[in-house]
Design a protein around this ligand. Structure first.
Ligand code: V47
Length: 372
């Protein structure tokens, strides 16, 4: 039986028939298709289609990285309504700032555990200078030359450029020169101006977010990108967000991975208390896989999805699990139920149980070890 017939034979939503045909014939999906996919109740057809596309991209492989997250401070001049991690008040009992030494020791420990990457993001500290941020990268790279430093979201780059009175390009060049390896994807939230006004009114808008990533790409830096979902956004706003990312990837081709971030609902000022549902999580991964035909990788971020949904998502289009993380704070301040760190062996087991082949990768998806 042909693949189209096979999938249509168990499909229970006739609205999906034309989309199945397009996906199997390699045709690009539209905004309307994205909305239809999000609205379907036929989760198994959606999963089968997304898994088919995943297998075209990466076969049975599912990637992970041995990494550590380091969040140098949570003191932040912004006051985003959804964020439970940051505080604007230096006297808040939860406020903290790490010394350069503490950051170096965290990286040293990570390397002793086999890490190839540190992922550094944090608050926009009211008193830190551009040089303080620059020094974090410089000293880390001088101390650990082989370590890949994935650091500073577009929101931080915008802040640093203001501190340094430099353009985005000049700011990124200065950071690259001292050892910045790539940019992480945080800070994208949802691009819709309506949603941004509600959840993060002071944060840079989507145009600047994408301009910073495009500038990084022009300079030869790769980056990842994200979407924070499950708060006050509509399905249409999710699809619009994903398509703006697809357009940017058409231009630059330098995003390595897309990461849907499931909203963690504790300690926020949005009045939201519900976690995303498993069905919504799986749909979001699958629709992302199907719409982002120009992305090689879709991440199933176990920290925010929980291990169980993250594992199932490996059969709904995801081909990456992020990594060991070692010290997660942002989601856990907001009530994430997952552990704050993950053992490599556990990641391998989760991937194998999903009938996939675990591949330890570096930040840029060079494979380090295949666990066939
Ligand atoms: O920028 C903040 C989001 C991001 C919450 O680039 C929240 O490979 C859920 O971007 N619930 C930080 N999300 C994490 C992030 C990330 C994680 C893993 C890998 C990569 C990558 C990037 O988390 C923030 C914000 O968008 N966030 N608060 C919350 N309550």
């Amino acid at each position: 039986m042909q693949t189209v017939d096979k999938i249509t034979s168990f499909c229970t939503d006739k609205n999906l028939f034309p989309i199945i045909d397009k996906v199997i014939n390699g045709k690009r999906l539209t905004f309307k298709d994205g909305v239809t996919l999000f609205k379907t109740k036929d989760i198994l057809t959606l999963g089968a289609l997304a898994n088919l596309k995943k297998e075209e991209k990466s076969g049975k492989y599912v990637y992970f990285v041995i990494n550590r997250q380091i969040n140098p401070t949570n003191i932040c001049v912004l006051d985003c309504k959804f964020c439970a991690f940051a505080t604007i008040d230096k006297n808040d009992p939860k406020a903290y700032e790490m010394s350069l030494n503490q950051i170096i020791e965290k990286a040293r420990y990570a390397i002793s555990e086999g890490a190839s990457e540190v992922h550094i993001v944090g608050g926009l500290h009211p008193d830190w200078k551009f040089e303080d941020y620059l020094n974090i990268i410089k000293i880390l790279k001088e101390t650990f030359p082989k370590l890949h430093i994935k650091a500073f979201t577009a929101v931080e780059i915008d802040y640093l450029s203001k501190l340094a009175k430099l353009s985005y390009e000049e700011t990124l060049i200065a950071l690259k020169e001292v050892g910045l390896g790539s940019l992480p994807g945080g800070g994208a939230e949802i691009f819709s101006p309506r949603v941004r006004r509600l959840i993060a009114p002071e944060k840079i808008g989507w145009k600047k977010y994408l301009e910073i990533h495009k500038t990084a790409h022009r300079l030869g830096l790769k980056s990842t990108t994200t979407m924070l979902y499950g708060h006050v956004e509509t399905i249409e706003e999710r699809v619009d967000h994903i398509l703006k990312i697809r357009e940017t990837q058409d231009e630059t081709g330098s995003f390595t991975c897309f990461i849907p971030l499931a909203f963690q609902p504790e300690n926020n000022d949005l009045g939201k208390t519900e976690h995303t549902s498993g069905i919504d999580d799986l749909k979001t991964i699958a629709v992302s896989r199907l719409l982002l035909d120009n992305f090689d990788h879709i991440k199933s971020y176990w920290v925010m999805l929980g291990e169980k949904i993250a594992q199932i998502a490996l059969n709904f289009g995801a081909d990456d699990m992020d990594g060991t993380v070692m010290e997660e704070k942002i989601a856990h301040f907001a009530g994430a139920k997952s552990p704050t760190a993950q053992q490599k062996d556990k990641l391998i087991r989760l991937i194998k149980e999903a009938d996939k082949i675990p591949v330890e990768r570096d930040t840029l998806y060079n494979s380090i070890n295949i666990y066939a």
